[in-house]
Design a protein around this ligand. Sequence first.
Ligand code: NDP
Length: 244
Amino acid sequence: MTGLIEGRTAVVTGAARGIGEAIARLLAEHGANVVVADLDAERARATADDLPAALGVGCDVTDEQAVDALVHRARAEFGSLDIFVNNAGITRDASLRKMRVEDFEAVVDVHLKGTWLGVRAASALMREAGSGSIVNISSLSGKSGNPGQTNYSAAKAGIVGLTKAAAKELAHHDIRVNAVQPGLIRTAMTEAMPPEVFAEREAAIPMQRAGEPVEVAGAVLFLASDLSSYMTGGVLEVGGGRLM
Ligand code: NDP
């Protein structure tokens, strides 16, 4: 099945690699014009060059002006803004004993403030158009809490609250806001984990394997498209049965 979002414009943050890249690719395969936004502008452009109708731009999601400029650039380039995916993310794992305030602030800034800025900027344009779909990438870590990730788990749980509050505010404008909670997905972020921790987490998954980025992208495409037209404030878990 192709063309689920034909002619719509989608922005994906943190899309130069990993899950964001897989989301950008799948949305493009289903007919969207895609803006690949990433901290690394060079890599964003390289990723976009590989997609049918895409533009790569540099954008730090913690920068209010940059996020506002991003949504306006998307609309100026492609004529509308229909889909916005808050995907950019970082980890700064450490035990409470070792975690520095800077590690806490950096993670909360990118995930929580970044997502809030994205929701605010995208919904402002979508309100003018009278429709839109926003998808926020949370994590099962925000549902269960992972040791060594007090910063990340807090930010990812915060994204769920933000998603639900924004969904209630925006529903009467026909703007839907949903979240996805991936489990263990094979990307550069998880490759940074010690192999024994990765193996231990993988063994605890009922489907007995880590997920692939494209398997998260499938859930995002569903939420971005009209297939989910009566869903808002929802949280889809993509974790191979982990923590159900
Ligand atoms: P990656 O580290 O592979 O990719 C994250 C991307 O976000 C990178 O391209 C990175 O750019 C970019 N980025 C980081 N900070 C910023 C910023 N301030 N502004 C714009 N872009 C930024 O991670 P994943 O693909 O694994 O993760 C994607 C999302 O999925 C994240 O939100 C993550 O928390 C979430 N997730 C991932 C899981 C997993 O198992 N992998 C599980 C659950 C959730 P650069 O490389 O230049 O820093």
